[in-house]
Design a protein. Structure first.
Length: 609
């Protein structure tokens, strides 16, 4: 009896160690993600002040579609979800097995990336016409597209390196690549912007992509010492087997990325500067999402673990709590953005070629974008339980496709029917993504986790009303005091969160234990220890802007790239999802948890050092 009690205590202590490692790794990597997002804002400020918000910047932003899509496929989602499990499985066989897998996959990947980049360079002209017919300066957009096409090559190698490092529990170097990327763009724009014009920004994107590779290279070489080369290539069956799981994730990400294509397609026929106003407004509006998605990054492994052991009630409470907390963070930010949009744009962008007229137009669009921030955050939160199932799940893709169709229809009506211009495009985006969030919430309840949708919607309504009150308070105080733009931003940063917290507090209280709390359960004696499991990258679904945090499907984000223990909690050494028999559902984390925890905590200490 005493032996069983001691074993149970050891298992629970080990489980707490795993969770503490997840928190530490996610916090450290999250800090780098926030730093990358701040450098992204500095990059946007540099571009805005150097080139303004006119036809030249519009041409560059059309060319920027290439790295936005490339980052979605080659750094995150598809690349990570195929290669991280493959490398993690190879690690079970030792370092030689990893080197064999690299020898089998890396040369083929480089060849495919080279061909793809060459095709983009050759087909840049028809691609620009397809993306933005009616653009004021198509020739400039073609030149910029040919420069940004090189990111297909560098992003692919950077994504491959990130997958290899994450499989070895090294989360910090992959998180640092977006700082290097943005530094490269800023440096080239400042050095050559006066000579090359906006082409310098496109060249900076190419340089930034190269820096993404170089910042990870020392860590990759440390894992693959020269003495081991040339290794014997092997057939990579795990990567091929993972395509069935990755396909719905990649298609979901592309469908959500399709919102940027729709927006730029519709804005191409508007007066010069419309695409720029949409872009700069979205970059500021996405910042609250970077912070809100950090919560899901940390708790995603706990939700996956709860689902793996059959603890659906714990997963339900965890998901409901995550939805509430993420909504609270993003609605606070949305209230701040709506209340102080002109002052924010003035502080961040106004100056140089970015004049007061551009400030007014961008602030108007930003306020409309803020209406969809809650929908974007809910979509990013709700898809995670779907994609932690380690099996093909197509429902999120269907929901996102329906939302995209609504965005297209609403955008056509707003722009060509009502003549609302760029704010109408932003409104269509908000309508489409909000509908997608509602469909996903209902689908999650019926297909994955039985969340109480009425309770969730009740809390979200309460938080929305609190955001309205906070926005009104911030706007009223700033209007009455009439300070400078900088002072107004500081004053609003005090008033808006304070009013929101005081109003929203009743809906934020959650005394009950959540998923991931070590349960009091009987140990499983004689159970075989679990093999070191793969550490798959979490499906950071969002509109990718390589260099900003996870954000709108317009180019946002790099957050949630570090919750890599999702697949670790679900996939055994065979590379296939572990089928838990009914009798195993009550065993919880006792099965092999001490072995798994020791492996992860030791790896986490090495990563932190």
């Amino acid at each position: 009896m005493n032996v069983a009690r001691d074993t149970s205590r050891s298992a629970r202590a080990a489980a707490r160690g795993v969770e503490w490692f997840v928190v530490r790794a996610a916090t450290a990597a999250g800090a780098l993600t926030v730093a990358g997002a701040l450098f992204g804002l500095l990059r946007d400020r540099t571009i805005a002040r150097s080139f303004g918000a006119g036809g030249e910047t519009d041409a560059f932003l059309v060319a920027w579609t290439v790295p936005e899509v490339a980052s979605t496929l080659l750094i995150e989602e598809a690349m990570a979800l195929v290669l991280v499990p493959a490398f993690s499985l190879a690690l079970v066989g030792g370092p030689d097995r990893v080197r064999e897998l690299v020898a089998a996959t890396f040369p083929r990947l480089v060849l495919a990336l080279t061909v793809a980049a060459a095709l983009l360079v050759a087909l840049a002209e028809p691609l620009v016409w397809l993306l933005a017919p009616g653009l004021a300066e198509p020739d400039l957009a073609v030149d910029c597209t040919r420069l940004t096409a090189f990111t297909v090559h560098t992003f692919g190698i950077a994504g491959y390196s990130s997958a290899l490092l994450r499989a070895h529990r090294a989360f910090l170097p992959p998180a640092a690549i977006y700082i290097a990327y943005n530094v490269g763009i800023i440096a080239v724009v400042l050095a050559l912007g006066g000579v090359w014009g906006v082409r310098a920004a496109a060249a900076g994107v190419a340089v930034g992509g190269l820096l993404m590779v170089l910042v990870q290279l020392p860590y990759v070489l440390r894992l693959l010492p020269e003495a081991a080369w040339p290794p014997r290539p092997c057939r990579p069956p795990v990567a091929l087997a993972g395509l069935a799981v990755v396909a719905p994730v990649a298609l979901f990400a592309l469908t959500r990325q399709g919102q940027v294509l729709v927006e730029r397609f519709l804005a191409a026929g508007l007066p010069s500067g419309a695409i720029s106003h949409l872009n700069f407004a979205q970059k500021v509006a996405q910042m609250p999402m970077v912070l809100s998605m950090m919560i899901c990054t940390v708790t995603l492994p706990l939700v996956a673990r709860a689902l793996a052991v059959g603890d659906t009630d714990g997963a339900r409470r965890r998901v409901e709590r995550d939805l509430t907390l993420a909504a609270a963070v993003v609605l606070t930010g949305a209230a701040y953005v709506v209340a102080l949009a002109p002052q924010l744009v003035e502080v961040l962008f106004q100056g140089g070629e970015f004049g007061p007229g551009a400030t007014v137009a961008t602030a108007r669009v930003m306020r409309v974008y803020a209406l969809g921030l809650l929908g974007h955050t809910l979509v990013g939160t709700l898809v995670r339980p779907f994609f932690s199932a380690a099996r093909p799940v197509w429902f999120p893709l269907a929901a996102m496709a329906g939302g995209l169709l609504v965005t297209i229809a609403a955008g056509l009506v707003a722009v060509r029917g009502c003549g609302w211009g760029a704010p109408g495009i932003a409104a269509a985006n908000a309508v489409g993504i909000t509908l997608t969030a509602l469909v996903l919430l209902r689908g999650l309840r019926t297909r994955m986790v039985p969340v109480d949708s009425r309770r969730v919607l009740g809390r979200l309504l309460w938080l929305t009303l609190a955001a309205v009150a906070a926005c009104a308070a911030g706007w009223g105080v700033v209007s009455a005091a009439d300070p400078s733009a900088f002072a107004a931003c500081g004053l609003g940063a005090l008033v808006v969160p304070a009013v929101f917290a005081a109003t929203a507090w009743p809906s934020l209280r959650q005394p009950r234990p959540l998923a991931g709390d070590p349960p009091a359960m009987a140990p499983v004696t004689g159970a075989k220890p679990a093999a070191p499991a793969p550490a798959g990258g979490s499906p950071a679904i969002g509109r990718r802007d390589p260099g900003h945090g996870e954000g709108l499907p317009h180019g946002g984000g790099d957050g949630a790239r570090h919750g890599g223990d999702v697949q670790a909690s679900r996939r055994p050494a065979t590379g296939q999802p572990e089928a838990l028999p009914p009798a195993a559902e009550g065993r919880g984390v006792a099965k092999g948890s001490a072995v798994e925890a020791t492996h992860e905590v030791r790896a986490g200490e090495e990563t932190a050092s």
